[in-house]
Design a protein around this ligand. Structure first.
Ligand code: SF4
Ligand code: SF4
Length: 439
């Protein structure tokens, strides 16, 4: 039996390019670049200056704000510059440049913690101070996610191993190679949330991962693995909650409104590393793939190396690239340069040719209705797109545009390459901006 949700569709996943490739650990580069913006939340203040010597795991920037999380150096060396630099979002963001001494000397602040002897607030402080954010792409600070309002009763912890975006296999490899980190991280999260048991959702196209995680979960005794039908966007929070628990997050609501918290599989692994080794989030697994990459694979990298460094590690480009994307092809961010650095949310780097999906031709809507048939939020993307183009924000709100989870499915399957999502995003941003101004 496999669990699923209504809507969505199976898309070609191209995971065969990398799912069988063991994670390759890469050394650091000469210079590491750390943008101060690697999370959703309050901006950070610098804690270092040019010329300072820093150690691996040392805080480079932080703030007192609760909804925020620090950025750490992944290597030891010397701060050689601080200036605006190209961020994967396309913006120029203040970034700390560290010249790597290749010693990887650890900061004195790095030491293990015993979660069993800590209070709830102390546990959350470890998560915050380790700079942990949602590593699936969202970048929401994990300690905030683990602090739902007291009036919301949480009874479902769902660990997201769906990895439904095409090409990406980083979480798949994590489950195969270090399942014990995932199980340990889940126990820590359960302790923080005061729950007895948790669930892991994994798509059935990862049978080997289901097998290993089921064995480990049975040994743990308080975790259940839920096999999920391979369908996009199975890993979206609302769809995953419905598939695993049968509960619906209300329109405009959050997972906590359905009594659930969803955490990415690599994020829970990071929780284990933060407690057992005291290591902040300074390394991650990145899938480098696509039909323009010479040797696609999965790489464990120190944060702050450039995309170019990663691409070279994967053998470089094998043909002309039409589109370079950080993240998956459905929800990722298109890149116009290989200069941006790997940040906490870099789950993958894809280089695609025109045949591989790197097209962006435009033609008008032919009203085929495909986007309506498959929208996982049961919206009418063609009308939302039309209202956006006409500037009719009132009508767009009436048609629940804010419920769009920006999964990109409507744009993917639009035969006219109309690309409803782009227009939907524009209208959503305008509506949210207008609301902010009114406040
Ligand atoms: S309207 Fe939003 S939720 Fe629906 S398919 Fe398009 S991007 Fe996905
Ligand atoms: S899928 Fe594209 S062409 Fe078809 S109705 Fe939706 S927007 Fe129009």
């Amino acid at each position: 039996m496999s669990y699923t949700f209504k809507g969505g569709m199976h898309v070609p996943d191209y995971k065969e390019l990398t799912c069988g490739k063991p994670i390759k650990k890469l050394d650091g580069d000469k210079i590491h670049i750390y943008p101060l913006q690697q999370h959703i939340g309050a901006p950070l203040e610098l804690k270092v200056a040019v010329g300072d010597n820093v150690k691996a795991g040392q805080v480079l920037a932080d703030t007192d704000a609760f909804v925020s999380t620090p950025v750490h150096s992944s290597v030891s060396g010397r701060v050689c510059d601080i200036k605006p630099y190209l961020h994967p979002s396309g913006a120029m963001v203040t970034s700390v440049f560290v010249e790597n001494d290749f010693e990887y000397t650890l900061s004195e602040d790095i030491h293990p913690y015993d979660p069993d002897s800590m209070t709830h607030d102390e546990l959350l402080a470890v998560v915050r101070n380790a700079g942990i954010v949602g590593m699936g792409g969202a970048g929401f600070p994990t300690h905030v996610k683990l602090s739902p309002p007291p009036e919301k009763k949480i009874d479902y912890l769902i660990v997201n191993g769906a990895e439904c975006e095409p090409y990406i296999t980083a979480d798949h490899r994590r489950m195969l190679e270090t399942p014990e980190l995932i199980i340990d991280g889940i126990q820590i999260v359960l302790k923080i949330l005061g729950l007895d048991c948790g669930y892991i959702g994994i798509e059935t196209n990862k049978k080997d991962a289901i097998e290993i995680m089921t064995k480990k979960a049975q040994e743990a005794g308080n975790i259940k693995v839920c096999p999920l039908k391979p369908k996009y966007p199975q890993g979206a929070e609302k769809q995953l909650i419905y598939a695993v628990s049968g509960r619906q997050v209300p329109s405009g609501g959050l997972p906590a409104d359905a009594g659930a918290i969803v955490i990415n599989i690599d994020t829970v692994s990071q929780m284990s590393l933060a407690f057992r080794k005291g290591m902040p989030l300074t390394k991650r697994i990145v899938t480098v793939s696509g039909d323009c990459i010479a040797q696609p694979g999965n790489f464990e990298v120190y944060t702050g190396v450039t995309f170019d460094y990663l691409i070279q590690a994967a053998g470089g480009f094998s043909r002309d690239v039409k589109k370079l994307i950080m993240g998956g092809p459905m929800m990722g961010i298109a890149q116009y340069s290989t200069e941006p650095p790997v940040v906490k949310t870099t789950s993958s780097l894809l280089a695609l040719s025109a045949e591989g999906g790197g097209y962006d031709d435009y033609s008008p809507c032919i009203r085929c209705g495909r986007c309506v048939d498959h929208c996982p939020m049961h919206l009418m993307p063609l009308y939302l797109s039309k209202f956006s183009l006409e500037g009719d924000l009132e009508k767009a709100e009436e048609y629940n545009i804010l419920d769009c989870i920006e999964c990109g499915l409507c744009s993917y399957l639009c035969p006219g390459k109309q690309g409803p999502l782009h227009n939907i995003r524009v209208a959503k941003q305008q509506i949210l901006e207008n609301r902010r101004k009114k406040k």
